[in-house]
Design a binder for this molecule. Structure first.
Ligand SMILES: C[S@@+](CC[C@H](N)C(=O)[O-])C[C@H]1O[C@@H](n2cnc3c(N)ncnc32)[C@H](O)[C@@H]1O
Length: 333
């Protein structure tokens, strides 16, 4: 009964077309999970974030809250479902091996679609750094009779984790914040992408970061995750494409000493309507499934510096460093 309710919600998410439909279906998923969460006794560690060399691992509570970032949740679930189907075509005679790194307490973007498959089609490995999240997700698998899908559910650090079987067809990780700040998406991608089998799929497929000149105060910015925002699109000026994180970049030696340094760019004359240098994140989850500007907390704009502090004609370069907690900075010459 319970798992059939989950299947019905998953189907509603997969069939949703508009942002309102997506948000409504994810609200049902949230209510579903909250019935299990309500029976749990809170643990003293539930609000503890874990700083790692590569980014902060969100606490149990904070990871559970990510579900409420509704367009994010809906589109990742759709992307994961479509990607599994694609892998079944690419690897017709094999059981598809999925690694979900940073599954949180709900395995939010994978667990809902599992009842739509058979356990002989798919096996999943779930890891998270927080013991309480792993414990809770294990209980969910048991309660929902989904344990036959689970190869392993364990406490592991995805930044250094080595997958034991050679045929890893899919990696899922959503361990990011806007502009790839704070959380360890890049460190995890650079560790896990090289472990994918040839023809495997990394979810999200691509995260692009780009600098534009704009007025940050006028940019859409999602603050309450449960209220999806339709982003206003007005004129801003492209300034610099920084990089697109995907499985190939994750496998290359693109990042040197856990850092990216852009080329030098000439600072243009100040336009009153565009006083800020901001970083924009675009997330391509799978094929056409994307999260655009401020549709999610992870695609909000990030203001790096005001043009008022810079000299037109001087040169600027942008630096992303994830050797510790990921951050952006700039240098001038
Ligand atoms: C943004 S939350 C996402 C939770 C859930 N996957 C979702 O999409 O709603 C990120 C999760 O990744 C976990 N995490 C972050 N860094 C990790 C690491 N290095 N190793 C394992 N888990 C990590 C956090 O503990 C947290 O549960």
């Amino acid at each position: 009964m319970t798992v059939s309710k989950l299947s019905a919600i998953a189907n509603l998410i997969l069939q949703s077309h508009t942002a309102d439909e997506e948000a409504h279906a994810v609200k049902l998923l949230s209510d579903f999970y909250l019935t299990f969460l309500a029976k749990r006794t809170p643990h003293p560690s539930d609000q503890i974030e874990l700083p790692l060399q590569g980014g902060i691992a969100l606490s149990f509570d904070h990871a559970a809250d990510c579900l409420q970032d509704r367009l994010r949740t809906a589109r990742f679930i759709k992307g994961v479902y479509q990607a599994i189907q694609e892998l079944m075509l690419r690897f017709p005679d094999q059981k598809i091996n999925v690694l979900y790194a940073g599954c949180g307490p709900f395995a939010t973007i994978l667990l809902p679609v599992l009842p739509l498959f058979k356990a002989d089609q798919l096996q999943v490995t779930l890891i998270d750094i927080h013991f309480e999240s792993v414990k809770f997700v294990k209980e969910l698998f048991l309660t929902l009779n989904l344990s036959s899908f689970a190869e392993s559910i364990a406490v592991q650090d995805a930044i250094s984790y080595r997958h034991s079987s050679p045929d890893l067809h899919m990696v899922i990780t959503e361990t990011m914040f806007h502009a790839l700040l704070t959380e360890p998406q890049v460190a995890i991608t650079t560790n896990l992408a090289p472990q994918l089998a040839e023809g495997g799929i990394f979810i999200p497929e691509e995260v692009s970061v780009e600098v534009q000149l704009t007025s940050f105060a006028r940019e859409p910015f999602l603050t309450t995750a449960s209220v999806p925002l339709v982003s206003a699109d007005y004129k801003r000026s492209a300034f610099a494409m920084l990089f697109s994180l995907n499985k190939d970049l994750g496998q290359s030696s693109f990042f040197i000493n856990q850092a990216f340094h852009s080329p030098w760019f000439k600072i243009p004359a100040l336009k009153k309507s565009e006083p800020d240098i901001c970083i924009f994140t675009r997330v391509k989850i799978f094929k056409t499934l994307e999260l655009g500007l401020a549709e999610s907390l992870i695609t909000n704009p990030y203001c790096l510096v005001s043009m008022l502090n810079l000299h037109p004609g001087a040169f600027i370069r942008f630096i992303y460093n994830f050797s510790d907690i990921p951050s952006w900075s700039y240098q001038l010459k």
